[in-house]
Design a protein around this ligand. Structure first.
Ligand SMILES: Nc1nc2c(c(=O)[nH]1)N[C@H]1C(S)=C(S)[C@@H](COP(=O)(O)OP(=O)(O)OC[C@H]3O[C@@H](n4cnc5c(=O)[nH]c(N)nc54)[C@H](O)[C@@H]3O)O[C@H]1N2
Ligand SMILES: Nc1nc2c(c(=O)[nH]1)N[C@H]1C(S)=C(S)[C@@H](COP(=O)(O)OP(=O)(O)OC[C@H]3O[C@@H](n4cnc5c(=O)[nH]c(N)nc54)[C@H](O)[C@@H]3O)O[C@H]1N2
Ligand code: SF4
Ligand SMILES: [Mo]
Length: 711
């Protein structure tokens, strides 16, 4: 392959997958920048892709476990042997009538991913980490407005008018991009006269750029929004035209009644934002030409549907749905189906969650995929027998990571060494999770593979469809997971894999748009509708909800007391307050994506000068002085679940009742990842599967934080 010069493709140093240009010289990746045909930006992680590509820790051939699970001892094997091991186990499960006990856990980049097809054809499950960060929001938007089931759809910041309000409620857009161009768009909107309000217990980079920083108590966001809605509704400041025309009949009266006692004063006690400020923010939102709200962490705390619900209500009463600067509602692009369409496992028979004991607790669970945090529970209950983990690192990202590790190592019965009979890790470099695998498979990097990316969340980002193409030869014997799943499909369910390869599979789907991979290449790898369209519900004659209007009252959730949003903090913050006086705030920075080796084992990003080297515990200066803690002291944090030791970093940037810990550190493998200090927040956070009473059982969102004490 000779591709000298700049080639358009898609970044994958984080899950945003921005459109980039890559410069190759003599078959070597030299430089990366944003693609002006897309959104035109690449971030610091994106540009550090060069160091990922040539990392000496890259896996180059399949490995098989030789020691015990967790020891991390492997020997080299051939691809033929690796494929046989997987095909044999899959055949064995199918013959036992237990195909549904196979789960592939991966980040679902795209609905064009052939891995989904394999799982539907074979009868296995996909689980995903989306229920950590976004499933409740997706469900809330579907319930309220009939939106499409898409991941993170931020406000279209580039459409915010003068005077518009941008609210970041637990969202670190300047550090945690989810699109490298968002900071630029927010700053441009500010230039046009829009206002940025950052609601966060930490003073983040976003807060530094904000017109107003509101240091809320963690999980107080629902209460804050309900207090605002109370003020807006009781003072008749709501958007009367929108409410009259577009809210389902009867719902606004129910809201009025419900909201009556959620006064700014009452809500202030919960969220620790003064009533005066709740009123001020409510007045600002009611008067502004647009309000856009973005959040991730604000909903990742076990009361997710409640916050998602309050969020959609605030948008509805202020009329900020599908308007410039408000909440966009994307439409789906018509891709062609690949015939025949596999039916998928019978979920009504097998249950959304396959494990016995707690299945009834999930009766109201409405998300389309299973949360990864149920893996440990499923293994214990013999509901999960083969797990393939690709592009994720549950040994560090699961709440109660030690519970996951224990479950994966649980002894089996009869001939089986382990309850989980086969564990496969598909990776770029050995990870914490790979240490627990029986098979480790070497993936092609994003510079080495084809991939057709389509997810409606790119809608705002100026990308409809984005092609990832190989720009350099694959390292060693690396094979892309999509190629491997297509081969498994051809072996096990050939009737559904009657196409040559991944490229033909993409061609079939692109035909729906009158495109092909070749045409897309000629167009520079990007296809976009070009326009967004606003208030599409007006032309369409309504919203995608059963009534065609916005639903504020969710009668299907009456039985679980969630027909209206509950204002309280996350359940686990409410107990053992004296024993564990601090709330741990886990958060991200620009230098690392999640916990994984892609950025933590990258010498450009895991670096004291050009990146981030360790994760000290952030503690409020006054509080530290009161406790006799000095900057740099090693302190022990204890929670209900575990204990870690870390260096203290004194700062004015955090509430006195909180401690901050950057998520994702603490790897014990990878020659760069083990340098510097670093602890994993998930050693402290309780396992979600065994603390179901603290989970959002409707939206599937788990708690990604907890209460701690300083020992
Ligand atoms: N660089 C980088 N980019 C990423 C990722 C990454 O790891 N690194 N991860 C990607 C993924 S998977 C996701 S889900 C997103 C996550 O994106 P974000 O949610 O934006 O990221 P976080 O930094 O985890 O959390 C954002 C902020 O929420 C604050 N916060 C914590 N608890 C609360 C609360 O209860 N209420 C409020 N109002 N604020 C709170 C934290 O202090 C933090 O500043 O980022 C995506 N993009
Ligand atoms: N305490 C706490 N826990 C959290 C969170 C939190 O904020 N606090 N955030 C939660 C959230 S929102 C999420 S989404 C999850 C995310 O958790 P995970 O989905 O587990 O994601 P990462 O930690 O980013 O790990 C990704 C892994 O994929 C590997 N990888 C990168 N590129 C490729 C590739 O091309 N091919 C293959 N095969 N592998 C690749 C990387 O090396 C890395 O090891 O974590 C959750 N856990
Ligand atoms: S935000 Fe940065 S790392 Fe993530 S895809 Fe975009 S350029 Fe790559
Ligand atoms: Mo996430």
């Amino acid at each position: 392959m000779e591709r000298n010069g700049w080639t358009p493709t898609a970044c994958y140093q984080c899950k945003a997958e921005c459109a980039i240009l890559v410069r190759v010289e003599d078959g070597v990746v030299k430089e990366i920048k944003g693609n002006p045909k897309g959104r035109g930006k690449a971030c610091v992680k994106g540009m550090a892709g060069v160091s990922l590509q040539y990392n000496p820790d890259r896996l180059t051939h399949p490995l098989k476990r030789v020691g015990k699970r967790g020891e991390g001892k492997f020997e080299r094997i051939s691809w033929d042997e690796a494929m046989d091991i997987m095909a044999d186990k899959l055949t064995d499960l199918k013959e036992r009538g237990e195909a549904h006990k196979f789960t592939a856990s991966f980040f679902p980049h795209s609905i064009t991913d052939p891995k989904w097809r394999f799982l539907d054809a074979y009868g296995g499950f996909i689980n995903t980490a989306l229920p950590h960060c976004d499933s409740a929001k997706i469900l809330s938007f579907i319930k309220a407005m009939g939106g499409v089931p898409n991941h993170h759809i931020p406000p279209a910041f580039d459409t915010v008018p003068k005077g518009g309000i941008m609210i970041m409620a637990g969202r670190h857009a300047f550090g945690c991009l989810d699109d490298a161009a968002v900071p630029r768009d927010i700053l441009n909107a500010k230039e046009r006269g829009a206002k940025l309000v950052v609601i966060d217990p930490l003073f983040t980079a976003d807060a530094a750029k904000a017109d107003w920083w509101i240091p809320i108590k963690p999980a107080g966001d629902t209460a804050l929004f309900l207090g605002m809605i109370n003020h807006i509704v009781t003072n008749e400041l709501y958007n009367k035209k929108f409410v009259e025309n577009w809210i389902r009949e009867g719902d606004f009266d129910k809201l009025k009644e419900y909201i009556a006692d959620k006064t700014p004063q009452a809500m202030s006690v919960i969220c620790d934002v003064s009533a005066k400020n709740i009123v001020k923010l409510a007045d600002m939102c009611a008067a502004a030409p647009s309000v856009g709200i973005d959040s991730f962490k604000g909903i990742m705390l076990g009361q997710a549907m409640d916050f998602g619900h309050a969020w959609t209500m605030l948008l509805a009463v202020t009329g900020n749905i599908d308007n410039p600067g408000g909440q966009p509602l994307p439409s789906l692009t018509p891709m062609s189906p690949v015939e025949p369409i596999p039916t998928g496992p019978d979920l009504s028979e097998l249950g959304w969650h396959r494990t016995g004991p707690n299945r009834d607790m999930f009766d109201n669970y409405g998300f389309i995929m299973e949360p990864t945090w149920y893996e440990a529970q499923a293994i214990k209950d013999d509901g999960l027998k083969m797990l393939l983990v690709s592009e994720c690192n549950p040994a560090m990202t699961e709440m109660g990571q030690d519970e996951w590790r224990k479950a994966v190592c649980m002894a089996g019965e009869g001939d089986e060494e382990y309850k989980l009979e086969l564990m496969v890790s598909y990776e770029l470099m050995l990870s914490e999770t790979s240490k627990y695998a029986d098979l480790v498979l070497p993936d092609k990097s994003y510079f080495e593979r084809w991939e057709l990316m389509y997810m409606p969340w790119w809608y705002n980002f100026g990308q409809g469809i984005l092609l990832r193409q190989p720009v350099v030869e694959a390292a060693g014997e690396c094979r892309h997971s999509n190629e491997v799943f297509i081969e498994l499909g051809k072996r096990l369910t050939p009737e559904y894999f009657d196409f040559k390869d991944d490229l033909e599979f993409y061609d079939i789907q692109l035909a729906g748009l009158g495109l092909s991979v070749e045409k897309l290449l000629e167009m520079g790898g990007i296809w976009t509708t070009g326009t967004m369209g606003f208030r599409k519900y007006e032309q369409a004659g309504g919203f995608g909800t059963p009534s065609g209007k916005v639903h504020l009252y969710w009668e299907d959730l009456e039985a679980v007391d969630q027909a209206m949003p509950r204002p309280g903090l996350a359940a686990e913050y409410e107990v053992d307050v004296d024993k564990y006086p601090f709330i741990l705030v886990s958060y991200r920075t620009i230098f690392h994506q999640g916990s994984g080796q892609w950025t933590h084992n990258n010498p450009q990003l895991r670096d004291p000068v050009s990146g981030m080297y360790d994760n000290p515990v952030l503690i409020n200066t006054a509080k530290a002085v009161e406790l006799g803690i000095a900057n740099g002291d090693v302190i022990t944090l204890r929670s209900r679940t575990g204990e870690v030791q870390a260096r203290a970093k004194l700062s004015e940037r955090i509430r006195p009742d909180c401690l901050g810990l950057h998520h994702g550190f603490g790897s014990t493998i990878g020659r760069v990842a083990v340098t510097g200090d670093g602890v994993s927040d998930n050693a402290l956070i309780p396992d979600s599967g065994s603390t179901l009473e603290w989970q959002d059982m409707v939206g599937g969102e788990s708690h990604v934080s907890t209460r701690v004490s300083i020992v």
